[in-house]
Design a protein. Structure first.
Length: 371
């Protein structure tokens, strides 16, 4: 019985009642494959693995009947379940962040005496991250020419280019035949007139045949995909060349690299805890990673862009165009901003970061993956 756990121990570890476990056993959802000498249910490692899947789907709101179909379905191996669960959880986390933002907005509107319409009130339930924060995007997010030059150079002689997670199309090369993929209606609606045609689709399931494009590119988007490696493999499938602009958060001490995460927003680490490593992402496309230093006057207001212009982070408009600030939640955001404001006023920020003033570009872990 060594490798088995008793029903009481499993209940304790999984924070469910023994009654629940008995019920799952009786309906055949998670049968205990053994009994102790005293006749109690006992769970093997495989039983526990199945229970873990069942409880995770339960937590995501699935009914027991649906769960039975899922765990006994054709993709019943543990890795497939973990991937699917991970995707669902990431989606749920982002949706929760989007709902918090939508509610904050309604609270602000009410404080100003503005009543939201019934349509606006119901929108909170369908909130997707970029459906809520997307309208703030164009204010500070635009093409940074030095980064664009690197991306376009990496595209080589590609004539047809697929841009995945294209947003408003900031980095679409003007001299090639571009097709964009963008799941958010808000982002699609903000694409400028004359921008490349845009398909509503998800990186994880690109609606194109193998080798449909000379190249596929993805800029500042992979960290939003529920399953980044599956999306990267999709890019590899539909194009003969792949170019990805992303960041490396897998090296030890990366949190210390940028003063904003190091001193004010360590919560950023929590957003990346389950992200694949740079090596895994590079392997998924079969390519190499090149560092991309961030110029001090970077025109695209992404998270790291204002490393030498710290006052920018006090600006609500700058923060709203970067999803990190919404995803960490309003409490962490306020604390970080207040801390930074105080340190700028007292000279503490300048004291701690005096080496930065002499730099024209900073290595903050941004990478171009090229295959
Ligand atoms: C930070 S924006 C980057 C947009 C654009 N590539 C740029 O550089 O300006 C991230 C984009 O990824 C999109 N996105 C989120 N989840 C996605 C998914 N599963 N598949 C494809 N795109 C996704 C968002 O809707 C958003 O437009």
């Amino acid at each position: 019985m060594e490798e088995h756990l008793t029903v009481g121990r499993v209940a304790e570890l999984a924070a469910v009642s023994v009654r629940t476990l008995h019920h799952y056993d009786e309906i055949g959802l998670v049968p205990a494959s053994a009994r102790t000498a005293a006749g109690y249910r006992a769970y093997s490692a495989d039983d526990v693995e199945r229970l873990r899947e069942v409880l995770a789907y339960r937590r995501l709101g699935f009914g027991l009947g649906e769960i039975a179909d899922l765990v006994d379905g054709p993709t019943a191996d543990a890795v497939a379940h973990l991937r699917r669960l991970r995707g669902l959880l990431v989606e749920q986390r982002d949706r929760t962040a989007a709902m918090v933002t939508a509610i904050d907005r309604e609270l602000e509107a009410r404080a100003l005496g503005i009543r939201t319409t019934p349509e606006e009130q119901l929108k909170v339930f369908g909130a997707q991250l970029y459906e809520v924060i997307g309208s703030a995007y164009p204010a500070t997010r635009r093409t940074e020419p030095r980064i664009a030059a690197r991306i376009w150079d990496a595209l080589g002689d590609a004539r047809t280019v697929l841009n995945v997670g294209a947003g408003t199309g900031s980095y679409e090369p003007p001299d090639r035949d571009v097709t964009a993929v963008e799941p958010s209606a808000v982002m699609r609606a903000q694409r400028p007139a004359g921008a490349a045609p845009c398909v509503a689709a998800d990186a994880g399931r690109l609606p194109f045949a193998d080798r449909s494009f000379d190249a596929a590119m993805a800029v500042s988007t992979v960290h939003h995909w529920p399953d980044p490696l599956a999306g990267l493999r999709e890019m590899r499938r539909v194009a003969r060349r792949v170019v990805v602009f992303t960041y490396d958060a897998s090296t030890a001490g990366w949190l210390q690299r940028f003063w904003l995460t190091r001193d004010y927003l360590p919560e950023f680490a929590g957003l990346l805890a389950d992200r694949p490593s740079l090596a895994d992402m590079t392997r998924a496309i079969g390519g190499r990673a090149e560092p991309v230093p961030v110029p001090w006057d970077c025109a695209d207001g992404f998270f790291e862009a204002h490393w030498r212009r710290p006052e920018a982070y006090l600006d609500e408009q700058v923060r709203r165009a970067v999803s990190v600030w919404t995803r960490v939640g309003p409490a962490a955001e306020q604390r970080a901003v207040n801390g930074l404001r105080e340190d700028l006023a007292s000279g503490r920020w300048a004291e701690r970061n005096r080496d930065l003033v002499a730099l024209d570009a900073a290595e903050l872990g941004l990478r171009l993956l090229v295959a």
